[in-house]
Design a protein around this ligand. Structure first.
Ligand SMILES: [Zn+2]
Length: 75
């Protein structure tokens, strides 16, 4: 996990990602902006929710990343 974390921290974020949350097993929940709202998407299980304010989107991303057990997609 440590080497995965180092690799993740040294990798540039995808274009448009404004906030990023690490899940239990190394996937991320990435928040992008869509119009006036923000959209979170889990890179492990593809979960998302409706566009919302930045605070509500960050709360969703925090909660999802704390319990998501999906593995990241192979590189
Ligand atoms: Zn997930």
């Amino acid at each position: 996990m440590t080497s995965n974390l180092s690799a993740l921290l040294s990798t540039p974020w995808p274009a448009g990602v404004l906030y990023r949350y690490l899940t239990l097993f190394g996937a991320t929940v990435d928040i992008t902006k869509s119009g006036d709202y923000y959209v979170p998407t889990c890179t492990g299980c593809d979960a998302s929710t409706l566009p919302d304010t930045v605070r509500k989107t960050q709360d969703w991303a925090q909660a999802h990343s704390a319990r998501c057990r999906a593995l990241p997609h192979p590189a």
